[in-house]
Design a binder for this molecule. Structure first.
Ligand SMILES: [Fe+2]
Length: 342
């Protein structure tokens, strides 16, 4: 059992809290959720929340710009809660001034400190890891470090999306947070020198290009591989041509990022919003949320999706995501400086 998730005792305590709270809040509460997930995909989660608590959920779904929308709506914003992904976007919401601290002992107790804001402006719900899609035919090794991606042995063999994409920004920022920007620059130059082609496409295309023999390893998030394997017959061969290796930092763990929740600055239904945020850490919600998104739940009791479990045991790096956020600008500057995307 890994130690980064929480114990059965805390989870039991949470269940008690959530159930206890729901009885007290049986008056017709509602909560307005802004989310980047498609409504039809996320509705089962909110239906479960309504069934558990009696609180109705109204969903606003968009593919981009929800933070800007909240900012433009200002004090009149109906948003109570924003569900978003990646520390880069989470930090943008905080910087945009559309959040307020989540004051919840339950969240402070359940969500490990490295996965929530020290000031309470965001809390992780589940994790994804930035990993390697390696050619089954051409890559024999079963372990790899992030540092090794700069080793000349991979010259001409790596495929990756733009260095400015938030997923890479998070990884590069983590590298800078651990080693400092000078070392991060040197490493990025090494990775750049190993690229098989100009950064392009998305994470799935990295697997596609490995399958096509253009490169031996691609870099992608854990859930994309599962989506290709299980939900996308056209792209299944891309997953089948590759194996997922969970890389680690030397002497550390795997770079994880988050799906997270923020409490809107002007939340009109703040009590219900806090109930929802706390409920998202309940066993019921963690199971639904992690399974529907192929993510790693934060609660240790929850069984991983079998595809995610097949990658091996995830040992997340100990670096707090708040530290990663502090280096995102520096990482973006380095990408330009070394001409990573050129
Ligand atoms: Fe994604």
């Amino acid at each position: 059992m890994t130690n980064f998730r929480v114990t059965a005792a805390t989870a039991a305590l949470l269940c008690f809290t959530v159930l206890g709270a729901s009885t007290a809040l049986a008056d017709n509460g509602e909560v307005n959720v802004y989310t980047y997930r498609e409504t039809k995909l996320i509705q089962p989660l909110f239906d479960a929340f309504t069934a558990d608590t009696g609180i109705k959920v109204n969903v606003v779904s968009a593919s981009s710009g929800l933070e800007q929308r909240m900012k433009a709506e200002g004090a009149n914003s109906p948003a109570d809660v924003l569900l978003t992904v990646d520390i880069g976007r989470i930090d943008e919401a905080v910087q945009a001034g559309v959040t307020q601290p989540i004051k919840s002992e339950t969240i402070d107790k359940i969500v490990p400190a490295q996965y929530r804001d020290p000031d309470g402006h965001w809390a992780g719900i589940s994790m994804r890891a930035r990993v390697i899609y390696a050619s089954k035919d051409r890559v024999k090794q079963e372990a790899i470090t992030y540092e090794e991606l700069a080793d000349p042995k991979w010259k001409g063999k790596i495929c990756i999306r733009s260095g400015q994409h938030i997923y890479n920004n998070g990884l590069f920022a983590a590298y800078a947070a651990k080693y400092g920007e000078a070392k991060a620059e040197e490493w990025l130059r090494g990775v750049k020198a190993n690229l098989a082609q100009k950064p392009s496409g998305g994470d799935r295309e990295a697997a596609r290009d490995v399958a096509a023999g253009k490169c031996d390893i691609g870099i992608g998030n854990t859930y994309y591989w599962a989506l290709m394997m299980n939900n996308d017959p056209e792209k299944k061969p891309w997953a089948e041509a590759t194996k997922v290796i969970l890389p680690t930092f030397e002497g550390g763990g795997t770079h994880v990022n988050l799906s997270a929740v923020v409490l809107a600055k002007h939340a009109p239904n703040k009590d219900s919003a806090i109930k929802l945020i706390e409920w998202l850490m309940s066993e019921h919600a963690q199971h639904l949320y992690a399974d529907m998104n192929y993510e790693y739940p934060l609660l240790s009791e929850i069984k991983l999706n079998p595809t995610i479990a097949s990658y091996g045991t995830l040992k997340p790096d100990a670096l707090p995501l708040a530290d990663v956020a502090k280096h995102k600008k520096g990482a973006a500057n380095l990408v330009d400086k070394v001409g990573f995307d050129n």
